[in-house]
Design a binder for this molecule. Structure first.
Ligand code: C2E
Ligand code: SIN
Ligand code: SIN
Ligand code: FE
Ligand code: FE
Length: 405
């Protein structure tokens, strides 16, 4: 199938497919799959749709070099878009027929084909989609798991041109390898969500939305912080992979907290609040002495996500997280609090305030932003508050994408 290609390219593709098996988080995996597929075809943009339980295709990952270079373009990457599996769209058609489609110009489709190109994304984001390669993602036993779309192959001068014949072959080969890894990573994510759901006594839908938001806010805040600090791209991608999962798990220690407290409507009394505060210790215990890549970061975040920049948070310096004789003491302050915990602290509180909880109503957005501004340098790392506002359009898009049902 790839016989006509240069050996080095084959070796490179095999190396990449091997790497994909190392990546465990679904978003990082989709990110890498799209990036490599696009790199091969020199494509400006791409998206991955995954098949959901309701048999619809939901857009899960979007990359777009043109938009990301624009000041306010990044927010368009957090879309909330569903397609049916039928012949009305290119992605739906590829899913229905399990065949790929190669289109030279999405705006010049042949009258005789059943599918139409939906220009609404282009119109909102001021983008022009031309060449489009659409491939079904097929895992073992011919199971459809989604669709990958690669958009605007670029020539040496950066103009969108049709895809080459070998693009389709290589990307199809690559997509089929990736499909198995994507399926595994999706399962890992589902197991994690179920685990968090059990811990926090939430129903799975609600858990999904809440922890997806905290995970996404955290990696976007981190990425911007890291860019400001000139951290290199490979390191940023590596951290994003573990940070998202670790951030999602920040409250998993609530599994050890009485359901009476977790479900209580209205305020906690002092004794109850002290019990509740122990969720950070229980969380840290769950990740000590285990071996996966994200354990260390998850332990650090679980333990420290309620510390405050000015030292008024908890649990403070804990000699042994397994010691039950903990009592609230002086908090860690400033950079004593690990960076990733400072990031999750901000994401978590933003999410807690903008959402409804058993014990409180959601706050209006303006009040939340006012609070965050006031707490700059008090509850929150001042630099991270600046980062947060500098990407606020992205934060808001994430909130829109993972809205509570
Ligand atoms: P959570 O609901 O995920 O809230 C996370 C954090 O968001 C809180 O950490 C707090 O820093 C912030 N936050 C949430 N709601 C408010 C609010 O109305 N005003 C302000 N200023 N900040 C707010 P905290 O306080 O350490 O609480 C940790 C966890 O303890 C909470 O997680 C929640 O599960 C529980 N909890 C806290 N207060 C209450 C309460 O009054 N009633 C009940 N039933 N649970 C509570
Ligand atoms: C869409 O945005 O509707 C997807 C484009 C397509 O596959 O037709
Ligand atoms: C806003 O208030 O909506 C933007 C946040 C800021 O720049 O202060
Ligand atoms: Fe917490
Ligand atoms: Fe929380």
């Amino acid at each position: 199938m790839i016989g006509g290609l240069h050996k080095n390219k084959v070796a490179a593709i095999l190396k990449i497919t091997e790497d994909l098996n190392q990546i465990k988080d679904i978003d990082s995996l989709l990110d890498r799959v799209l990036l490599e597929a696009r790199r091969f075809c020199r494509a400006d943009a791409g998206s991955i749709y995954l098949l959901e339980k309701n048999r619809k295709l939901r857009i899960n990952y979007v990359q777009n070099d043109t938009l990301i270079q624009k000041e306010s373009g990044k927010k368009y990457l957090y879309q909330n878009h569903e397609l049916d599996i039928n012949d009305k769209s290119m992605a739906g058609y590829a899913a229905m027929t399990k065949k790929s489609l190669v289109i030279d110009d999405a705006y010049g489709l042949d009258e005789r084909v059943p599918y139409r190109f939906n220009r609404s994304f282009d119109e909102t984001a001021a983008y022009r989609t031309r060449s489009v390669l659409t491939l079904p993602l097929i895992a073992s036993h011919n199971r459809l798991i989604g669709v990958m779309q690669i958009i605007n192959s670029l020539d040496a001068r950066g103009r969108a041109v049709p895809f080459r014949g070998e693009d389709e072959l290589v990307v199809a080969y690559f997509a089929n390898h990736a499909a198995g890894s994507i399926e595994k990573a999706k399962m890992t994510r589902e197991i994690i969500l179920r685990m968090i759901g059990i811990a926090e006594l939430r129903d799975p839908e609600e858990t999904g939305a809440h922890v997806n938001r905290v995970g996404s806010y955290s990696i976007e805040i981190y990425s911007k912080w890291a860019m400001n600090h000139k951290v290199d791209d490979a390191e940023i991608r590596r951290v994003r992979d573990v940070l998202r999962i670790a951030a999602m798990l920040h409250d998993v220690g609530k599994v050890a907290i009485s359901d009476i407290l977790l479900k209580k409507h209205g305020p906690l009394d002092d004794g109850e609040y002290e019990q509740m505060q122990r969720h950070v210790l229980f969380g840290a215990r769950l990740f000590k002495n285990s071996t996966s890549d994200w354990d260390d970061m998850a332990a650090e975040i679980a333990l420290n996500h309620h510390e405050r920049w000015d030292g008024s948070g908890y649990p403070g310096k804990v000699a042994d997280v397994f010691d039950d004789r903990w009592c609230p003491g002086p908090g860690k302050r400033g950079e004593e609090i690990p960076l990733f915990a400072r990031i999750v602290a901000l994401s978590d509180v933003y999410d807690a305030l903008t959402s409804m909880r058993a014990y409180k109503e959601s706050w209006p957005e303006e009040k939340v932003l006012q609070y965050i501004r006031e707490q700059k340098g008090r509850q929150f790392d001042p630099e991270l508050v600046d980062v947060f506002f500098s990407i606020y359009d992205v934060i808001r898009a994430i909130r829109g994408k993972y809205a509570d049902q």
